[in-house]
Design a protein around this ligand. Structure first.
Ligand code: ADP
Length: 167
């Protein structure tokens, strides 16, 4: 059984992430979405909220693809998380040039830490390529519309966030 780990902060989940989850689910028998606790990054959404938003979106994809997709919060090294969940493949999404250098370094260093785990890079559909959680949060904070960038359930949460905290 091929197990894939797709790690990220998912603060919040975007349509770009969902597209990568769909693509990854046709490559593995079980997909684990590793949700980085990442308190140092001061996420807008709590770990519980981020996990809940992902859980809502992965149920229909898992049914449609006939595979198991689960969320798995983690706080340790990515490579140790991959070992904990028995993943043989780490999935990362690749956007424009900006993602490349960091990802390139990470693969190189992870290879030193563990040679048995491969990283695969997937590109989202063109229409989702430019979406970034960071920008979605900025748009929401300033009262802009986010429905083109995030699933409906995430959009509702962003909306209440911007109404409660308009700054
Ligand atoms: P991280 O904290 O690891 O950057 P993110 O939640 O921002 O976590 O992203 C998780 C993964 O999803 C990363 O591999 C990132 O490159 C990828 N990703 C994010 N947005 C997109 C997108 N619009 N298209 C393709 N991949 C994406």
């Amino acid at each position: 059984m091929r197990i894939g780990l797709y790690p990220g902060t998912f603060d919040p989940l975007t349509l770009g992430h969902v597209d990568i989850i769909r693509r990854a689910s046709s490559l593995v028998d079980k997909l684990i979405i590793g949700v980085a606790i990442n308190n140092a990054k001061s996420p807008m959404f709590s770990l519980e909220e981020r996990v809940q938003m992902i859980d809502e979106e992965i149920i229909p994809i898992a049914i449609e693809r006939g595979i198991k997709i689960i969320t798995h919060p983690f706080e340790n090294l990515l490579i140790d998380c991959a070992k904990d969940v028995d993943a043989s493949v780490i999935v990362r999404g690749l956007r424009a040039v900006s993602d490349f250098e960091y990802e390139f370094q990470m693969v190189g260093m992870n290879r030193v830490l563990s040679s048995g785990i491969e990283t695969v890079f997937l590109m989202a559909d063109n229409s989702y390529q430019s979406i970034a959680s960071k920008l979605v949060k900025e748009i929401a904070r300033l009262g802009g519309k986010t429905e083109e960038f995030v699933p409906e359930s995430v959009q509702k949460r962003l909306l209440s966030f911007s109404q409660q905290k308009p700054d």
